[in-house]
Design a protein around this ligand. Structure first.
Ligand SMILES: [Zn+2]
Length: 256
């Protein structure tokens, strides 16, 4: 099982980290601010089955400059264990950063991902229309991307699928009130479906209120399989195949 989105540097304990690394086949850990980026890279260097994605989250862009983006570009270009750009995107829920600046940094990071031909990991909260408008400006995406912790409606999902993106559901899809989200899940093409924990946030219902960790992904897997009327193992196989298609393991291609 692959967890396509976790913040391993933020897990509660070292045991949580070890357990997660042991129970999952692969984990993509995200570094999305100045402090987290080096930590994510370090963890990816330490564990064979952990890979990283780096970028700047829209929640706090204060003091981030073009030089920082240049650095992101260099890391993604040269580091064998850094596979993608992000998470980046738009967050109008928190809006700590003015919308214009969020959009500017989103566009610039899209361009980096496209230039390097790597996947783009997108965060969108209460900004779904603008997120999709900007993503569509830059389509097509030969290396694809993910709308992570999907929280949009069916229309957004369809627009994302149309530009070749994957739709990743997190633990909140298991919440009793998430009927709208489950309706989107039901209509998401299986070959575009991913699962993630977004650890340490958004623990699935069975562990709600506790800090999340990648090993909790099995609760989400079980829930989604049951909801879709599928065998758990079959769903795992499909979502893992999707993740592996999306994330090219550079170490493997470097050897060949
Ligand atoms: Zn995240």
């Amino acid at each position: 099982m692959i967890d396509t989105h976790a913040h391993l540097d933020m897990l509660k304990t070292e045991e949580d980290l070890i357990e997660s690394v042991e129970k999952l086949d692969y984990i993509i850990t995200i570094g999305c601010d100045k402090e987290e980026i080096p930590k994510a890279i370090k963890i990816a260097e330490k564990f064979e089955n952990v890979y990283a994605s780096v970028g700047y989250h829209p929640y706090d862009l204060e003091g981030i400059t073009d030089n920082d983006l240049e650095e992101i570009k260099n890391i993604v270009k040269t580091h064998l264990k850094v596979l993608a750009v992000g998470e980046t995107g738009l967050d109008y829920y928190r809006d700590y950063t003015p919308v214009d600046i969020q959009k500017e940094f989103f566009r610039k990071q899209i361009q980096i991902a496209k230039e390097l031909n790597v996947p783009l990991i997108v965060h969108s909260r209460e900004a779904n229309e603008d997120t999709m408008d900007i993503l569509e400006e830059f389509a097509p995406y030969p290396a694809s991307g993910i709308i992570h912790c999907f929280g949009g409606d069916r229309k957004m999902m369809e627009r994302a699928v149309d530009i070749g993106f994957y739709i990743s559901f997190a633990g909140n899809v298991t919440y009793p009130k998430a009927d709208g989200l489950r309706d989107v899940l039901k209509h998401t093409p299986l070959d575009r479906l991913l699962l993630e924990t977004d650890s340490p946030f958004l623990s699935p219902q069975k562990k709600r209120g506790k800090p999340n960790k990648p090993s909790h992904i099995f609760y989400t897997l079980e829930f989604v399989a049951e909801f879709l009327g599928m065998d758990k193992k079959e769903l795992e196989r499909i979502t893992d195949e999707n993740a592996l298609r999306l994330f090219t393991i550079k170490e493997l291609s470097a050897v060949q």
